[in-house]
Design a protein around this ligand. Structure first.
Ligand code: DAT
Ligand code: MG
Length: 150
């Protein structure tokens, strides 16, 4: 079973979209195995977004992501990385398809509501940045036999 990292960004928290976003993940059948609210430090923001450090938008990205509390999650399911990226939609909300989180709730690339890992390697790195192994729970759900055939 694959795991990915999802984060409701400060705008999503301020706009009261935490429940909506979690609900979409749950309705899809994905399982939340870790969750917490935190305020990201500047150092952590720079590590999380280190692949973008040479981009012109890097400093505004860091100040946006540290501007208020976020809700960080580890989400588990078949093909979780790809599935969650599809639910989240394109980076720029004005280009994201309706029905996706960004397509339904955003208009500006600098306020795109939610983060999701873009690969298995990123997922592992980002999960390790935000969670200790003991914060990630392993548990069974009876309903999984109605979500998965095997
Ligand atoms: P994603 O969040 O879809 O994985 P990304 O990793 O390319 O997108 O970029 C990280 C974040 O940086 C993105 O969520 C919003 C911001 N960003 C990306 N491209 C940008 C741009 N051209 N101008 C301003 N902000 C941008
Ligand atoms: Mg990315």
């Amino acid at each position: 079973m694959e795991r990915t990292f999802v984060m409701v960004k400060p705008d999503g928290v301020q706009r009261g979209l935490v429940g909506e976003i979690i609900s979409r993940l749950e309705r899809k059948g994905l399982k939340i195995v870790a969750i917490k609210m935190l305020k990201i430090t500047e150092e952590m923001a720079k590590r999380h977004y280190e692949e973008h450090k040479s981009k012109q938008f890097f400093s505004s990205l860091v100040s946006y992501i540290t501007s208020g509390p976020v809700v960080a999650m580890v989400v588990e399911g078949n093909n979780a990385v790809k599935v969650v990226r599809k639910l989240v939609g394109a980076t720029n909300p004005s280009e994201a398809e309706p029905g996706t989180i960004r397509g339904d709730f955003g208009l500006d690339v600098g306020r795109n509501v939610v983060h999701a890992s873009d690969s298995l390697a990123s997922a592992e790195r980002e999960i390790g940045l935000f969670f200790t192994p003991d914060e990630i729970l392993s548990y069974e759900r009876e309903v999984d036999r109605w979500i998965y055939e095997r």
